[in-house]
Design a protein around this ligand. Structure first.
Ligand SMILES: C[S@@+](CC[C@H](N)C(=O)[O-])C[C@H]1O[C@@H](n2cnc3c(N)ncnc32)[C@H](O)[C@@H]1O
Length: 203
């Protein structure tokens, strides 16, 4: 294993010990979960993709590929840990990361002159956060009409009240919603949840 992978994993683990609720996982997600997060995402020139809670970039690798495939797509990653942002900027020099809180998404987009995003892909440990519903509301407000919010939910937390609240938020707040097959090759296995914002063109 490359020494940079070991040191990035160690940084992730140390941040988890210091702040277990907000880091929310002992290990970064696998590439297969990242690929499921971007599956069938329809992007066109000028679209903006926002990633919430990038950590050390395990989902970012898949998102970067999806962004690269379509010329003129712009990316903003929001990660509150400055040390993670340093790692991210080294791993993905072509992408833009803000060391900030996702609660400030609208201001961060405005500062860059970006339009409302086509997709917000979240690696946040939403069910551990006290403001889970407010974060989902904020994402829904920030998204372009017809835009998508995606996150993942681990198999072991599926029956918990907080995970139930998250699924209810998807049902009640989005115009339509769905989930992927279980990604067994992630540790722990997880589903990707998708919520689609109402598109004005549907009226
Ligand atoms: C479970 S880790 C996910 C890392 C990576 N996306 C993955 O799936 O492996 C969650 C990340 O969200 C970040 N985070 C938690 N709350 C946040 C907030 N309010 N704003 C921005 N980042 C936040 C944490 O610092 C952490 O890096």
């Amino acid at each position: 294993m490359a020494s940079s992978t070991v040191s990035t994993g160690w940084l992730f683990f140390r941040k988890f010990l210091r702040n277990p609720r907000e880091v929310g996982a002992l290990l970064p997600s696998t590439r297969s979960l990242g690929d499921e997060m971007v599956r069938d995402l329809s992007l066109t020139r000028g679209d903006v993709i926002v990633e919430y809670g990038c950590g050390t970039g395990s989902l970012t690798a898949s998102i970067a590929q999806a962004v690269q495939r379509v010329p003129g797509v712009r990316y903003l990653g929001i990660e509150r840990e400055a040390a993670f942002c340093d790692v991210l900027s080294r791993r993905f020099p072509q992408l833009d990361f803000a060391a900030d809180r996702v609660e400030n998404v609208q201001a961060l987009l405005a500062a860059r002159g970006f339009p409302a995003p086509r997709a917000i892909l979240s690696g946040l440990p939403l069910i551990l956060l006290p403001n889970m519903e407010a974060i989902v509301d904020g994402a829904l407000e920030a998204l372009a009409p017809g835009g998508e919010f995606r996150t993942f939910s681990y198999i072991q937390s599926w029956p918990t009240p907080a995970a139930f609240r998250l699924r209810r938020a998807f049902r009640e707040k989005f115009a339509s919603h769905g989930r992927s097959p279980l990604v067994w090759s992630n540790f722990p296995p997880a589903w990707v949840l998708r919520g689609m914002k109402h598109d004005d063109l549907d009226d």
